[in-house]
Design a protein around this ligand. Structure first.
Ligand code: ZN
Length: 488
């Protein structure tokens, strides 16, 4: 072989070697680049910082990861994401969720690993306010001006539970304000309107007597009164007095005292002031029973007024009328429910008690006239002067027996008003009747309706009797009799 040929081969070899080296260098460079270019991308879904209400559900939106940076095979390949940490939605706090992804590959330059991670914070918060519940108790109330007595309340929080102990209360101008805050600073308020009531009326008392007597012409001096209230205290100055007393006119005057508290509760009481011609001792207490009011010797000029007084109280009475008088009013008596009795025709003792025959003649004559006037043939009799009279020329023992045997009933009295002698003022008549009735359970009262002061006494007698538990009845043929002892 020539030297020249040998050198051509050598040049080629050198070129080949050089090319080889260059290829190796290039491959190495690529390999190194390739090795370096693997990395992992990671991306959170949803917000990085999340806020969750305590007690509500939480769903982790997660994250996604991928490989990046490879030209050939692995570009954008999704990677599995691992999550670390958790969220307790029942407990307040800030929780971290850590997401990570790893990519691993074998490589001729060594095993390659790429890694990425992302962090999310989840804060569990309580934004819900507590709830205050106010309790009420049946019938509870507050006296005006007094402080409220708590009926009870409760505060409940969604997170802290029972926080009743934390409630602050304040009473201002008829309202109670309740406030409370939970551990997260959420507040709640409640307001109670205080129910004011004052069911208790004031107490009012009169100084002096409830029933006073003032002598005609004297001046009346108010004895005074006191009033106090459970809330307002002494309210004596606010007592009003209605009515007046005319001491220039005999009569019964009523003064009405009224005390009213600030709440409008009122109490009233009254005092009776009697303007009288004669001041009498206080009337005794009666023990209750039946009273038969009887009026003799009418009808007279005051009888009609008497009928009105009786009607005012629904009281029934008995009128023993004189047969020879104008008997027109007996019709009125019967129509108003009273009893009419026979008190002889003449009421002249010498004539009617001259003989038994004379007595019965008067009895029948009166009976006829009464019947003609009012339609009632009465068999009720009262002897003029009573069965105990000492003027009769006939034996009263005999006369009473004959009368009863003839089908009549006669009535004397066990209470004498003394209006036919002794008493000359209404006050004396009232006193005589009431003190006479007081110790009896059955009283037949003698009055005369031809005496004005006796008629004037009737209303007081009725009022006293009703206050002392008595009832009034009229006489009938079967009423319990009251017979005096006869004198002859
Ligand atoms: Zn008489």
């Amino acid at each position: 072989m020539s030297k020249k040929k040998k050198s051509k081969i050598s040049v080629l070899a050198v070129l080949l070697i050089m090319a080889g080296v260059a290829a190796l260098v290039a491959a190495g460079a690529f390999g190194a680049w390739h090795y370096q270019s693997y990395s992992v991308g990671i991306q959170l879904a949803g917000e990085q910082d999340m806020v969750v209400e305590v007690g509500s559900g939480f769903t982790d939106p997660g994250a996604s990861a991928w490989v990046e940076g490879n030209l050939f095979d692995k570009a954008q390949k999704p990677l599995e994401v691992a999550t670390q940490g958790g969220v307790n939605t029942h407990k307040l706090g800030t929780y971290e969720l850590k997401y990570s992804a790893v990519f691993a590959k074998e490589h001729f330059l060594g095993n390659k690993q790429a890694f990425a991670e992302a962090v999310r914070t989840v804060t569990v918060v309580d934004t819900q306010a507590p709830l205050i519940t106010l309790h009420t108790q049946e019938g509870a109330f507050t006296f005006p001006g007094q402080s409220y007595v708590e009926e009870g309340f409760a505060a409940q929080d969604n997170y802290d539970g029972d926080i009743t102990q934390l409630v602050q209360r304040q009473e201002i101008d008829g309202k109670v304000y309740y406030t409370v805050a939970d551990s997260s600073g959420n507040t709640a308020q409640a307001v109670r309107d205080i129910f004011y009531d004052d069911p208790i009326a004031p107490e009012l008392s009169l100084l002096g007597e409830d029933i006073m007597q003032v002598k005609l012409g004297d001046s009346f001096v108010e004895p005074g009164y006191t009033a106090s209230d459970n809330v307002d205290g002494d309210i004596t100055a606010r007592v009003t007095v209605e009515g007046s007393v005319d001491t220039a006119a005999v009569g019964r005057y009523t003064l009405t005292y009224t005390a009213t508290d600030n709440f409008g509760n009122a109490v009233s009481c009254s005092r009776i002031v009697k303007v009288v011609e004669k001041i009498m001792p206080p009337l005794p207490k009666g023990k209750g029973g039946v009273i038969y009011l009887t009026f003799d010797d009418g009808p007279g000029p005051y009888t009609e007024r008497l009928l009105d007084i009786l009607d005012k109280y629904g009281v029934k009475a008995t009128f023993f009328v004189v047969g020879r008088y104008d008997l027109t009013l007996t019709k009125e008596m019967v129509e108003r429910g009273h009893a009419v009795g026979n008190h002889s025709y003449s009421h002249v003792y010498d004539k009617l008690y001259a003989s038994e025959k004379a007595f019965f003649n008067e009895l029948y004559a009166a009976q006829d006239r009464i019947e003609a006037a009012c339609g009632v043939r009465t068999r009720l009799v009262r002897f003029p002067g009573g069965s105990s009279n000492g003027m009769s020329q006939v034996s009263m023992r005999q006369l009473t027996r004959s009368l009863v045997n003839s089908g009549y009933a006669y009535f004397d009295w066990n209470v004498d008003s003394k209006d036919a002698g002794g008493a000359t003022t209404p006050e004396e008549v009232v006193y005589n009747v009431c003190s006479g009735v007081a110790d009896k359970t059955m009283a037949i009262v003698l009055q005369h309706d031809i005496k004005e002061y006796s008629v004037d006494a009737v209303e007081e007698i009725i009022i006293w009797a009703l206050e002392n538990g008595y009832t009034f009845e009229k006489l009938t043929i079967s009423s319990p009799g009251c017979h005096h002892a006869t004198r002859n």
